[in-house]
Design a protein around this ligand. Sequence first.
Ligand code: PMP
Length: 390
Amino acid sequence: RRSSLFFWGPVELQDHETSKPDHQPPLPTAGIVDGIAGCIGNTPLIKIGSLSAATGRTILAKAEFLNGAGNSPKDRVALSMIDAAEEAGLLVPGRGDTIYEGTVGSTGISLAALARARGYLAHICMPDDQSAEKSALLHHLGAVVERVPVAPITSPSHFVNLARRRAAEHTASERDASRGFFADQFESPANYAAHLRTTGPEIYRQAGGRVDAFVAGAGTGGTVAGVARYLKEESGLGDAVKVVLADPQGSGLYNRVRHGVMYSSTEREGTRRRQQVDTIVEGIGINRITENFEAGRDLIDDAVRVSDEQACRMARWLVERDGIFVGSSSAVNCVAAVVTALTLPPGSQVVTVLCDSGTRHLSKFWKKIADSGLEDEPKPDNLFTLLDIK
Ligand code: PMP
């Protein structure tokens, strides 16, 4: 018998096919989701083989780059902020409303995609030192993009303040009935609530209820606060889980957690010219306490500072050993996860987050890796020598 699958001429129907009943019951459908919002959440928890083998602890990473709207954990946050605004009547479908946000990119990308799906416009204000991929993507998603020079948070031209002002100007204008809505990821409780409701419980379930440490960086602080609150306050694990902040060089949070003071590694508070975190890493590291960080501040047990060089070396290691191609904040998280794992007994289970893919960081982070000659170095064999950790 010829199989029609491999037969490229006219297909001859076989007897059993012609004798099919006319009205077969339809197969049950499976795996269909409702629009792009249905592709958010339930991301895999990846066991990273090379890091687990090197440390003798199980290193698990929540693959948040597999969220299917904007490909980062910010999909959960954007959805949560839009839902909350619709519930409060601040966004009304069909009114022509515009969502305004100040973002280094990821949140803007998620908001822009979901805005399209819900019938809103998106207007994104972002600093001009972020990777070009992000603003190009925002543009193609139909968002208005304003890239502004880096400025201190106290300046009216800081990207967050600009977004807040643009939203107010829109609402105040009398051009039509539409409104401007300032999403405000840094201060909005809908941010950490998304991780408290979804990311935390998913991690707990996927790890079989065994999480000895959770390690994550903070941009707004939403991820670390939401997941920490779930694990420590709702899952029943309590203080059995250690929550560790992964902080890039130049960020003030490390000293805030370890010493209770807020100044960076290189400059004392108040002397910073631009108050910008001095690192190649995008999306994490900050020099102020946001409402979302505050929501989890008491639950953070420790902090690990990660240098740009360690982040670059980790990113390359993950590609070499595991075929995992990540952006800079994910690399920082993985370095801190390894450092944290070594403080725990062998066999412990450590969970961290892979925030976004390296494809979003080709022009900056991965270019730096290429330019620094790291890609030409021989394949690394010892993780601890490579990262210069004991
Ligand atoms: N990684 C990337 C790439 C990000 O853009 C962000 C958020 N700005 C984070 C990590 C940190 O997440 P959170 O805001 O929840 O602290």
